[in-house]
Design a protein around this ligand. Sequence first.
Ligand code: GDP
Ligand code: MG
Length: 162
Amino acid sequence: APPVLAIVGRPNVGKSTLVNRILGRREAVVEDVPGVTRDRVSYSAFWGGRKITLVDTGGWDIDVNGMASRIADQAEIAIDLADAVLFVVDSTTGPTATDEHVVRMLRRSKKPVILVANKVDDERGELQAAELWSLGLGEPHPVSAMHGRGVADLLDVALETL
Ligand code: GDP
Ligand code: MG
């Protein structure tokens, strides 16, 4: 079976947009309303002559009681089944408490994690992306899932871990 790359992160950070960018077609559901992708959705993709499986997830939302929602269970299953994880963070909002929660979860999983700083639509965004070093997951990889900026480099890095 092809290696599995799980795409995880908070709702609305651009996970599905990134999946679409990699697939080169509009397939994963992208919405301004957070939490649209509630289940794990798998897609076959080719990159650099290799077949990979991308798993889009709904991600984590913290409810009014401070509890991670049920949608997060699916993301955790996706991580369990993945060979590597793309952890997507919105560089325009910076790391949130939920992001920190996900980082702890990812550490426990012991899976290779590639930190994706999304919504870096232009050069000015690079500085904000650099703030994500504070998450302690190593180098943030700046991309614009919307415009495609940095996505090829990101995938090259991801494939090296597979
Ligand atoms: P998901 O909930 O993490 O799957 O996020 P979506 O892919 O549904 O995207 C949430 C919102 O962020 C949508 O309005 C997207 O158009 C927007 N978005 C996604 N990627 C980018 C990006 O690289 N730059 C900008 N400016 N907006 C983006
Ligand atoms: Mg989505």
